[in-house]
Design a protein around this ligand. Structure first.
Ligand code: DAH
Length: 347
């Protein structure tokens, strides 16, 4: 076949293809044109390519070069037409843009922190025993953290080294300085006992859960911030037997099974008598918290007549309970915010 003939055939095909592709007005028509020109079996480009075999050897380079230009031209025109119609002409090779058979991307869901899970669980159990949930501030004054709880001025618990006192703004006026009350991060949730008795009417039965702060060096069992659950029941004729029943029912519910508890004599300024509470679990006694009968001095501090009213109070460490339950051995793990650790406690 003569080179001239071959080139003419190529050019007329390109001209015709361009004309068609400029005016094509539907995706179906475009697809037909694509098959007509570039179809792998009977496409026109394919047929013309076969003619290359009959070209004289000396003319082959020129013929091949023109063939490639025409092929590129047609593919470019196809792509342009596809873009004009809002799609891609390369459906066979690239595949659809959205492949519904691929596995989806799993969304990362957060999990509820084990301490939050424990707080909710404790509220639920104590709620069933008739205790209402109350809250108190984390920034306290010495009256609620110490004085009203029968912790006098010279008591070691008030030592600045054992508490986070807040720096208060210095005033140049000496009179203002003396009237400015000290503030501290509460060191115990017993503060809420005072706030509740100051504002609520009797009888009352409350729990309060929240953060407390002590300047302890962090180790496996200590952290400068932790949570306590405080309980208070004030009524006529509340007894220590009721205290023990409530704590035992609570331990049984939280830990499951028939949990035994014991009282050991102890001292807290705000209770008299005072006890340490242990529970028997998996073959050993484990410390649970402190408790006792509300000291008459505490009642008097909030204007309640101790001859008429009696009450019990208790305070438990939430981390300790939570760690037992989840098998966590280092309190610091709770506060590293490492999702690989926290994810294990997904509910
Ligand atoms: N506030 C005590 C503490 O932080 C715990 C406590 C002991 C609370 C006895 C009480 C109680 O209500 O009666 O160590």
């Amino acid at each position: 076949m003569a080179l001239d003939q071959f080139l003419t055939a190529l050019d007329s095909m390109l001209g015709e293809a361009r004309a068609c592709l400029e005016t094509v007005d539907s995706a179906e028509a475009l697809e037909q044109l694509r098959v007509k020109y570039t179809g792998a079996k009977n496409g026109e480009l394919k047929s013309i390519q076969k003619m290359l075999a009959g070209i004289e050897v000396k003319d082959k380079p020129a013929a091949g070069k023109r063939f490639n230009e025409v092929r590129d031209g047609i593919e470019g025109a196809l792509e342009q037409a596809a873009q004009r119609l809002g799609g891609s002409s390369q459906q066979e090779s690239a595949g659809p843009a959205f492949d519904p058979t691929l596995p989806g991307l799993r969304p990362r869901l957060g999990t509820i922190h084990p301490i939050t899970q424990s707080l909710e669980h404790l509220k639920e159990i104590m709620g069933r025993l008739g205790f209402n949930v109350t809250e108190g501030p984390e920034i306290e004054d010495p009256w609620h953290n110490f004085v009203a709880l029968n912790i006098p001025e010279d008591h070691p618990a008030r030592d600045p080294l054992d508490n986070f006192y807040l720096a208060t703004a210095k005033s140049s006026d000496p009179a203002a300085q003396t009237t400015q009350p000290a503030r501290l991060l509460r060191s115990q949730t017993s503060t809420v006992q005072i706030r509740v008795m100051e504002t609520q009417s009797l009888p009352l039965r409350i729990i309060s859960l929240g953060r407390v702060y002590r300047p302890d060096a962090p180790d496996a069992t200590h952290f400068p911030m932790f949570h306590q659950m405080e309980g208070l029941w004030v009524d006529r004729n509340v007894t220590m037997a009721q205290l023990k029943s409530v704590l035992r029912l609570f331990a049984t519910s939280y830990l499951g099974g028939d949990v035994n508890i014991r009282f050991r004599p102890s001292f807290f300024p705000f209770t008299e008598p005072s006890v340490e509470v242990d529970y028997w679990w998996n073959g050993q006694w484990i410390e649970f918290g402190g408790a006792g009968m509300v000291d008459p001095n505490v009642f008097q501090a909030v204007g309640i007549d101790p001859e008429v009213w009696s009450g019990f109070a208790f305070g438990l460490g939430v981390e300790r309970l939570c760690m037992r339950r989840f098998g966590i051995t280092d309190i610091r793990d709770l506060y590293r915010s490492d999702v690989r650790f926290l994810r294990q406690f997904a509910t």
